[in-house]
Design a protein around this ligand. Structure first.
Ligand code: PRP
Ligand code: MN
Ligand code: MG
Length: 179
């Protein structure tokens, strides 16, 4: 375990098992189709990589970088597009891959954007959800784990850009972010 981690909340094995389940469900959902799978950078990069290996239908990938948090632990409410998609979503079945839904602001902006660009369907899969923190009414179509309102890091989730590489979800020691 990492020095700055107080407790492991979800183990690497639990995460990988859940991803296989999600991949099986998504493979069914998209049977006979060719979805465009969109990774919301940076947080979703590890989930994206593990998830697409478990999806059996032919698919294409694209990446978008958005940020609402910057280096702070609180959402600014502003969603900034840092890198846009390379390809058109028009007429495509789009699957948005997120690591976590918190306030819901990032995803509600993104869903709106992709619908305005005439995607034929927009579906959301998130590995983690913190429903207690929602400020907009939004639910993912597929969710891995529901998390308590604790400061968690790992498996893509950062604090000040660190800890994304941890293969598990851990609770950060309070002394790391309170001073
Ligand atoms: C985090 C997380 C989600 C978003 C969720 O991204 O990866 O994308 O916040 O929060 P919300 O539901 O309140 O919008 P962040 O903006 O920190 O960028 P990052 O993915 O690069 O860490
Ligand atoms: Mn993110
Ligand atoms: Mg972040």
């Amino acid at each position: 375990m990492h020095n700055d981690i107080q407790e492991i909340l979800i183990s690497e094995e639990e995460i990988q098992n859940k991803i296989r389940e999600l991949g099986a469900e998504l493979s069914k959902r998209y049977e006979g189709r060719n979805p465009l799978v969109i990774c919301v950078l940076k947080g979703a990069f590890i989930f994206m990589a593990d998830l697409v290996k478990t999806i059996t239908v032919p698919l294409e990938l694209d990446f978008m970088a958005v940020s609402s948090y910057g280096d702070s632990t609180k959402s600014s409410g502003v969603v900034k597009i840092i890198k846009d998609l390379d390809q058109s979503v028009e007429g495509r079945d789009v699957l948005i891959v997120e690591d976590i839904i918190d306030s819901g602001l990032t995803l509600s902006h993104l869903i709106e954007l992709l619908k305005n660009r005439n995607a034929s369907s927009v579906t959301v899969v998130t590995l983690f959800d913190k429903p207690a923190r929602r400020t907009v009414n939004l639910e993912a179509d597929f969710t891995g784990f529901t998390l308590p309102d604790a400061f968690v890091v790992g498996y893509g989730l950062d604090y000040s850009e660190r800890y994304r590489n941890l293969p598990f979800i851990g609770i950060l020691k309070p002394e790391i972010y309170t001073n």
